[in-house]
Ligand binder design. Structure first.
Ligand SMILES: [Cu+2]
Length: 196
């Protein structure tokens, strides 16, 4: 009995020593800490959050979210009714999902425009990687209940737009504003561009 107690005490001492060492290994980058407490980031809305330290912004875009613009919308917004703003140099991740039962949709970052064309010759996003697959095709782009995650580095300040490249969609309003700002924070602004 006595011996067992002593062994248990030794085991506790040993465990404490290991705990001290474990502290070092966590800082080596091992995924020891759940992300929930490691870096929660901050929410701008239910579909936009960011992390200032990591310089990342995370965007959930749902195509066909409700009946706005006959379903040709992102999160219920069309015709540039909102603009997402991120600081220059942020890494942007977009989780894109299509909830429109009638049409395929896509998203790509293009230069801002007052009038997008009916069709696009190819996929040529402003930032490398800033387009979903099959973006210009009404059959190859994202189908109902499909999701795709894309990411890009917003390394050039300017006025852009998140645009659906499926024929006729952008021309009939399936776009929202996207601004990369040389200073300032992450926000969702009403209207497109800096005007209204
Ligand atoms: Cu579309």
């Amino acid at each position: 009995m006595k011996t067992a107690t002593r062994l248990a005490a030794l085991a506790v001492v040993a465990a404490c020593g290991e705990t001290g060492d474990a502290g070092d290994s966590v800082s080596d980058g091992a995924p020891a800490t759940p992300s929930a407490s490691a870096s929660p980031g901050r929410s701008v809305s239910s579909w936009l959050s960011f992390d200032d330290d990591r310089r990342t912004a995370s965007l959930s875009l749902v195509a066909g979210d409700g009946s706005e613009n006959d379903g040709w919308n992102y999160n219920g917004h069309a015709h540039g009714s909102v603009t997402v703003v991120v600081p220059e140099g942020f890494e942007v991740t977009i989780d894109f999902t299509n909830k429109d039962p009638a049409n395929h949709h896509s998203v790509a970052v293009l230069e801002a425009s007052d009038a997008f064309p009916v069709s696009f010759d190819g996929v040529d996003p402003v930032f490398e990687g800033a387009a979903t697959s099959g973006a210009t095709s009404s059959t190859e782009s994202t189908a109902l209940d499909e999701s795709e995650t894309i990411g890009f580095l917003a390394d050039r300040a300017g006025s852009y737009a998140f645009v659906c490249l499926v024929p006729a969609h952008a021309a009939t309003g399936m776009w929202i504003g996207f601004e990369v700002a040389s200073d300032g924070g992450v926000e969702i602004r009403r209207g497109s561009g800096g005007g209204d």
